[in-house]
Design a protein around this ligand. Sequence first.
Ligand SMILES: Cc1cc2nc3c(=O)[nH]c(=O)nc-3n(C[C@H](O)[C@H](O)[C@H](O)COP(=O)(O)OP(=O)(O)OC[C@H]3O[C@@H](n4cnc5c(N)ncnc54)[C@H](O)[C@@H]3O)c2cc1C
Length: 414
Amino acid sequence: MNFDDTPQEAEFRSAARKWIDANAPKQYEAELSKSSLGRIRLEKEEIVDVGKAWQKKKAEGGWACLHWPKEYGGRGATPIEKVIWQQEEGVYGKLTQPFQIGEGMCGPTVMAFGSEEHKRHYLPKLASGEHIWCQLFSEPAGGSDVAGLRTRAEKKGDDWIINGQKIWTSGAHYSDYGLLITRTDPNVPKHKGLTMFFLDMKSKGVEVRPIKQANGMQEFNEVYFTDVVIPDHQRLGAVGDGWNVSLTTLMNERMSIGAGVSTGFPELFEFCNSLMLEDGPAIEDRNVRSKLANWAVKASGLKYTSMRAISALSKGDRPGPENSIGKLVAGSMVQEVAMYALDLQGAAGALSGPEDAEVAGKFQAMLLRAPGTRVEGGTDEIMRNIIAERVLGLLGDIRVDKDVPFNKIPTKGR
Ligand SMILES: Cc1cc2nc3c(=O)[nH]c(=O)nc-3n(C[C@H](O)[C@H](O)[C@H](O)COP(=O)(O)OP(=O)(O)OC[C@H]3O[C@@H](n4cnc5c(N)ncnc54)[C@H](O)[C@@H]3O)c2cc1C
């Protein structure tokens, strides 16, 4: 593994740094640096508005959706250049949160299955931040097992009529378009009767109900469909081939590798360095040091696992299951770190409110976001299944309903 930039990578890094230095919205730098995992907020502005302005500026400068082809609003950059950009973009990358699902998952799916006309119409607007897209996959009965979904699409002339419900749809409340997977044939096994569409989120019959989270934020939603009409030309892939199309979306989710995973360790280390316990500085306490040492080892293991993926990208290889390992380990580590930081603060850890609880607030936000991290994009158990099957070559999960027609799978009411 070589951690040094190649001459071309170094040149790209320097150009990116120069552009960011000249164009980044520096007035938000301090606030963005303070916001922790699970709490990206700006005091006086909506993060989506500031994010849209940043995305537009990046698109004008040729720095948006770097790995997309130029004709669709990207730069045609290599995957490693995308990683370098993320490293250089630093805290301003937090502003790109509303666009990540569109850039990393919906856009590449439209690119793979959409008509040329659709690609040229929709993708540049997605790249420039004018339009935000969301991913309408999960349902109450279809999360880890997304093929268990029940939202129906029925053909009527040249249109499809959609009825059903999605849940946990991040950003649906500010999205313009959505990638929607539906069941078009309940008479065949569950993976075979699915069809993918994209739709205008302002279509008649689409109702978005925000879900209030434990951390006080509302980042995801329930989305209800009542007789929503989608024209057939907005179908992605063949009728009944939706599972295949969704694999493209999900593969891109795994490929949208970040510059590193959040572990909470740098924040904890900084906090322990300044904290005074009853009998002296926390950083000199044997128990604190022992905990920090353990997490330091884990954090550096994660750093080098992510480096291995970056190194593979640099050589033109596809990253393997490293992301599953990173997500699995980092998700629970953030939770443990946040809990320990709050314990160390004693009663002060329970404080809330912006003035007197800056430190507690940071770790509280982390603690409340951590369970979401352990569920989104595949739960801990699903990550373990992936590692067991694809890394260790163990026997596959038992899938008893794989070959049974969907409408013959026993449910509670049948
Ligand atoms: C912050 C956040 C954002 C999200 N954003 C989106 C979004 O934008 N769009 C979208 O479509 N979805 C989104 N989701 C939904 C997410 O994809 C699902 O929550 C996730 O796939 C798990 O599905 P579920 O909640 O239905 O849990 P279930 O699948 O019902 O799982 C329940 C429990 O059973 C376990 N389990 C399930 N199957 C197995 C198995 N085979 N082996 C062992 N254990 C198993 C799980 O690990 C879990 O502990 C989001 C979720 C979160 C938390």
